[in-house]
Design a protein around this ligand. Sequence first.
Ligand code: FE
Length: 185
Amino acid sequence: MIDHFHRNEKSTLNPLQSKIPAMIGFLLLISLVLSPYLAAKPGSHNKKREYVVNKSDEQWRNELTPEQYRILRQKGTERAFTGKYYKTKTPGVYLCAACGNELFSSEHKYDSGSGWPSFYKPIEDQKVEQEVDNSLFVKRTEVLCKRCGSHLGHVFDDGPKPTGKRFCINSECLRLKPEQNNDEE
Ligand code: FE
């Protein structure tokens, strides 16, 4: 009777216990695979807030290029070293590619080596907003345009003095207005 009890205990508890790490691993893997899609659902962009520039998803889709729409409105990211501004040193002001809001100055731009345009501060703090981003299971701080709510990139704490911040911004989200003239580049 005792033997029978022990045999049962072995056969019901141990196999289940041994599967738990594998089950957790499997769930983590599934979540990682799905997270970019969950984080970038079309039309789900910051609906909770009203912005000065407040356009429908359809309007944004019509006005922006597909790549701009994917990054600005669906929180996408351009591939490193592929954007048009990561090496740019032209003096001027970087505007929001979606609404024209003045976001960053070439004065605060530096080469972070990351492959994305990097700034140690926005042109004014109130031009952007920051929001905790838990996608990809890494806690990051998202940077958005305060005027239209479009996604711009992320801010990290490994920037240079005086702020120690690195605003890592997608080129696709910016439009440079050079200092010399009023033409946009
Ligand atoms: Fe904007």
